[in-house]
Design a protein around this ligand. Sequence first.
Ligand code: NAP
Length: 441
Amino acid sequence: MASDGAANGSNTISVAVIGAGPAGYYTAEALTKTDTDVRVDIIDRLPTPFGLIRAGVAPDHQSIKNVSRRYEATNQRENVRFVGNLSLGRDITLTELRDIYDAVVLATGAAKDRPLGIDGEDLEGVIGSGPFVGWYNAHPDYKGLNPDLRVASVAVIGNGNVAVDVARILAKTAGEMAETDLADHAAKSIHGSPIRDIYIIGRRGPLEASFTPKELGELNQLENCVALVAGEQLPSEEIDDMMTGAQRKNMAALRQMAENDQTSKPVRLHIKFFLRPMAILGDECVCGLRLEETKVEDGKCVGTGKTEVLPAGLVVPCIGYRTSPIPDVPYDERYGCFENEDGLIEPRLYCVGWAKRGPTGTIGTNKPDGAEVAKRILEEIRPAGRPGRAGLDALIKERDLRIVTFQDWKKIEASEEALAEGGAPRRKHTDISEMVKIAES
Ligand code: NAP
């Protein structure tokens, strides 16, 4: 087997990117499109590539998922390789990877939920957006989550796009979800559920909300569910001139909600601002939330001391994520990501995407982010005799690991597409050993 690095006279820089999501693929793309001789292995613990595109982007947002075609094109390059079903920590250590490759890039995203830090958070029926979104998106880790949706009302905490996604997926009918890749187990549970009231709860006001106009506007287009907001919570039209374009568009959608007739559809989606969760109530299972009314002063949320109780049989906090720490990698507790300076953690160890900047921005934000870190790697790293790809292959052989290649993944993808019915783009497999079996077939 050939080595990548200078040891055998080659000038190839070998890079391992850990995480096959958007940040990892944009970094690989930028690393391999210059004249520099670089080989990139994109390593993922799952047998499937594309990270959040597959398991984070909502199943009814298929057009966003189309960006995976671009990552697929990156993967067609001879110097880019997908190595699936290889888990950092379980199958290989970071130290081993750093010995094998000239540079290692952590593109591991932010898979852990940020905690609310209030009483009742551990009650049954409180499910963070990480597991909940993973569950409806058929992520193998959450296929058995089985949330009890035999409830009348659900509280979704947070005013970001994830909160809007969760509320919308709970509100859409089977017909509206027919041409999506919603997991079968989630479809069964959601579409058989008696949910009548969904609450989206923001601790600040409509001007501070971080959801985007397109996503908010979709809540006014639901077949069976009417979106509602109390008109008195919205700012006067007199200050429209002082708003950003996005705020103005959000206000237009919210003003429509303030006019909507709450009896017009069987399910109601209430957006409630200026309320912060104080405690989640219940004995073993959640039965509601204690909320404190707030006001916004200098952009900050300030409690008024006035509280209310909101009944809810399910609480889904959608309040942001944190990167999972990796032993011996410096971690920034404040931002929930690796401690880094413009992507550099320490010599030859880099991070990109949410693992670098925290869980902010859209899929597209990762493109310039990945390009900047790639540029830095190409400036800073010189081939130094490390074995690169051949070294990883030797270790995989020695440990008898069953990795999944991109060609293997295409078999899994074909099987998912063949199983799809009724206009759905695919029916996702959720079982890793089943996927590996398909790859071996
Ligand atoms: P986000 O946009 O940061 O929203 C988090 C929300 O949680 C904020 O409203 C925040 O309120 C609230 N929050 C935080 N801590 C809280 C607490 N202790 N109690 C009550 N509320 C709390 O995060 P996200 O919704 O998880 O989205 C992550 C990123 O993915 C965002 O950049 C988002 O735009 C992107 N995304 C995009 C799409 C899309 O384009 N379709 C879909 C999903 C996600 P404060 O503002 O007061 O802190």
